[in-house]
Design a protein around this ligand. Structure first.
Ligand SMILES: [Zn+2]
Length: 199
């Protein structure tokens, strides 16, 4: 029988209402995710975890504003407001998220010169976080992804999960999107094409 795990992506203060990079409706999904956490035997969380003056912050690039893009050695990078800085309240999980059951917290984006949307790989799509190995060693073959944001960290995580041979599904009512320049529609199509189940 397939062994499954729930992966809760980046349900952190900075991505929820009042946060530095608030995703509209971010707070609404917390009680929904709490119910899922109760239902799953294996729960994994991710936590965006940036160094101060991280290269993905617009403030680190003079003349650039948040949501503009810049060319990085690994490709195009969207620039964000400063968010989820290591050890700050903004990087903490939402206070109502019932996360104590989680068996693993994957931190990502801690290398100053590279961003990381996916729970599996940094944005160069080469540097692994170790999650794929963890899942394999535990015999987990199916992952259910929820959290923030649908069209960035959830989508990239789901795509990498599928590429790594895991069966992956995204529960859309347990996610909220940033939707920058049509990114939600584009990533929805990309996920479907990659064999990710969208529910
Ligand atoms: Zn980030």
């Amino acid at each position: 029988m397939a062994k499954d795990a729930l992966i809760v992506i980046d349900v952190q203060n900075d991505f929820c209402e009042g946060g530095a990079l608030a995703v509209s409706g971010g707070n609404e999904i917390v009680p929904i995710i709490n119910k899922l956490i109760l239902r799953f035997d294996r729960v994994i969380l991710t936590q965006d975890w940036h160094t101060p003056a991280h290269s993905s912050f617009a403030s680190s690039h003079p003349g650039k504003a948040p949501f503009e893009t810049i060319a990085m050695p690994y490709g195009e990078q969207t620039l964000w407001p400063d968010h989820c800085i290591q050890g700050t309240n903004g990087a903490d999980f939402h206070p109502d998220l019932e996360w104590t059951k989680a068996e693993l917290v994957i931190r990502k984006g801690f290398r100053p010169h590279i961003d990381s949307y996916s729970a599996f790989y940094e944005n160069d799509h080469v540097t692994p976080t170790g999650l794929a190995g963890y899942l394999r060693e535990r015999g987990i073959t199916h992952v259910t992804l929820v959290g923030l944001a649908t069209d960035y960290c959830v989508a990239y995580s789901a795509l990498d999960a599928a590429a790594q041979g895991f069966s992956a599904e995204v529960l859309l009512d347990s996610c909220r999107a940033i939707d920058l320049g049509g990114s939600l529609a584009a990533m929805t199509i990309t996920m479907r094409k990659a064999g990710v189940t969208l529910i």
